[in-house]
Design a protein around this ligand. Structure first.
Ligand code: CO
Length: 135
């Protein structure tokens, strides 16, 4: 079902500062950055090998990432698995009794189809499924 770690996401308060900090520490540049209004986030994707580190900053306090920061502070937010067929992956997870945050896929950054699996499903870790658009 999974063929890659698409990205590992880190929640931050201040995106500009986080990008500068990450650049200084690791010499890594975001490949792109965009506001994803549907999720209430400013996201920056930093390429690392065949995957990305995704920095996430909330567009407002009353958003999922805003609430996460208020509760947990900055840090690891989720791991995103690339899947070839997100609808099939959701069906499989449902059949395994997984608790899904998104029953159906929605649109995320890069025009990808995404869906989140509740942290209660496995080891307290929020998992995002990503089906990338055809090139
Ligand atoms: Co993500």
């Amino acid at each position: 079902m999974i063929y890659n770690i698409d990205h590992v996401a880190i929640a931050v308060h201040d995106m500009d500062e986080a990008i500068d900090h990450h650049r200084r520490l690791y010499g890594a540049e975001p490949m792109w950055r965009e506001d994803v209004e549907e999720q209430g986030v400013d996201e920056a994707m930093i390429p690392v090998g065949g995957s990305f580190v995704q920095l996430l900053a909330p567009l407002a306090d009353d958003t999922p990432v805003g609430r996460f920061l208020a509760k947990h502070g900055e840090g690891l937010h989720h791991i995103a698995y690339a899947v070839p067929d997100i609808d099939a992956a959701l069906d499989e997870l449902r059949s395994q009794g997984a608790r899904l945050i998104d029953e159906t896929a929605r649109t995320g950054g890069r025009g990808a189809k995404i869906a989140f699996v509740h942290p209660a499903t496995f080891a307290g870790t929020l998992i995002e499924l990503v089906e990338l658009p055809d090139e």
